[in-house]
Design a protein around this ligand. Structure first.
Ligand SMILES: [Zn+2]
Length: 313
C-alpha cells in the first residue's frame, strides 16, 4: 500500500509517499504559503499531486491521502477551526482537498498526528496508551488511547502545554500564568539563561552565543550543557523538574504506558529525559509512576507518519 501524507506547518509544508510499514518512499518540502487560505490549499494540492505523479503511478494508485495541519481540527466537519500560524479560520480543508482529488481525504491536528506516528511506528510502538509532548517554541501535545487519537468533544484535547504548573508563574500566550509552555518551552529556557549569564560570565553559554546575551537560545543552552557547562546543565535540570511535574500530572490523569518527549528542545538531550523520568517515578501515584518516559524516535517525520497511519484504519 502507498499513502500520500502532508504535514502543513507554520514554516514548512512537507509531503511524502509512505508505505504501510511506515517507510518513507519519497519526500518533498517547500516553504508554507501564508498569503491566503485558498493559495495555501492550492499549494498542498500541487505538492501532493506532484509527488504522486513523479514518484508513484499517480493519484489513482494511492491507497489514501492524509494531511496533518498546525491548527485545531474539527474531525466531524473536516474544518480547521483556528490556527495560530496558518491563514485558516473555519476553513473546510477536508472537503476542499477531497473535491480536488475526487476521493476521501483525512485531516488531523499535527501534534496529534505526531503522537500517532510515534505510537504506531516510533517510541511508543507496541503500547496502546501513549501521550506525546513536543517541546519547542511552545509545548504541543497529543493523546493516543488504545491506539486511537483522543480529540475531545470539539478537537481541542491535548493542550498539555497549557496545563498550569504555577499560578504565580510567568504570563503565557494563552493569557494564564505559569503554564507548562510558559515555564519550560524553548523561550523559557533561553530567558533563564539570559538572566543567569548577567550574574556570571563563567559559562560556555556566552561563548557559544558569540558573547551576545540576546543571541542565547534554548539550543545554545543545550550545546553548552552537552559540552559539560555546569550552569547550562543546571538550567536544563530546573526546566526538566517542571516538565517532570507536567509528565507526572499526565501520568496520574491518564495512566499511559508511555510518555514521549520530543520537539526541538529534546534533540540530543539526556538531562531533561532523565530528570523528568525521576520526577515521575518519585512523585506520581502507583501504578501511574511506572509510565515509561522516552525520547521521540521519529524526529520531524512523526507528523507525516501519523497522518499516513490514519489511512490504515
Ligand atoms: Zn497557556
Amino acid at each position: 500500500m502507498i499513502f500520500a501524507a502532508c504535514d502543513l506547518g507554520g514554516t514548512n509544508t512537507r509531503a511524502a509517499l509512505i508505505d504501510e510499514t511506515g517507510r518513507i518512499l519519497s519526500r518533498v518540502s517547500q516553504s508554507t504559503l501564508q498569503s491566503s487560505a485558498d493559495a495555501l490549499i492550492d499549494s498542498v494540492i500541487r505538492l501532493i499531486t506532484a509527488i504522486a505523479t513523479e514518484d508513484c503511478p499517480g493519484l489513482a494508485a494511492l491507497d489514501g491521502i492524509a494531511v496533518a495541519v498546525a491548527g485545531t481540527v474539527d474531525s466531524i466537519s473536516g474544518t480547521v477551526v483556528t490556527s495560530p500560524n496558518l491563514p485558516f479560520a473555519d476553513t473546510p480543508l477536508r472537503d476542499r482537498l477531497s473535491a480536488a482529488f475526487g476521493r476521501p481525504v483525512i485531516i488531523e491536528n499535527d501534534a496529534l498526528a505526531a503522537a500517532l506516528g510515534e505510537a504506531r511506528f516510533g517510541a511508543g510502538r507496541g503500547a496502546g496508551d501513549v501521550v506525546m509532548l513536543a517541546i519547542g517554541t511552545g509545548i504541543g501535545g497529543g493523546i493516543v488511547v488504545d491506539g486511537r487519537p483522543y480529540r475531545g468533544t470539539a478537537g481541542g484535547a491535548g493542550e498539555i502545554g497549557h496545563m498550569v504548573i504555577d499560578p504565580a508563574g510567568p504570563l503565557c500566550a494563552c493569557g494564564r500564568h505559569g503554564c507548562l509552555e510558559a515555564m519550560a518551552a524553548g523561550p523559557a529556557i533561553a530567558a533563564r539563561a539570559r538572566a543567569a549569564v548577567k550574574k556570571t560570565t563563567d559559562t560556555a553559554i556566552l561563548e557559544i552565543a558569540g558573547e551576545d546575551i540576546a543571541a542565547i537560545t534554548a539550543e545554545t543552552v543545550g550545546r553548552a550543557a552537552a559540552a559539560g557547562d555546569p550552569l547550562a546543565q543546571g538550567i536544563l535540570e530546573a526546566v526538566a523538574e517542571i516538565i517532570g511535574v507536567g509528565a507526572a500530572n499526565i501520568a496520574n490523569l491518564l495512566n499511559p504506558a508511555v510518555i514521549i518527549l520530543g520537539g526541538g528542545v529534546m534533540t540530543g538531550d539526556k538531562i531533561i529525559l532523565e530528570t523528568a523520568r525521576r520526577v515521575v517515578r518519585d512523585t506520581a501515584l502507583a501504578p501511574n509512576r511506572d509510565a515509561s518516559i522516552v525520547a521521540a524516535a521519529l524526529g520531524g517525520d512523526a507528523g507525516l507518519l501519523g497522518a499516513a497511519s490514519l489511512c490504515l484504519k
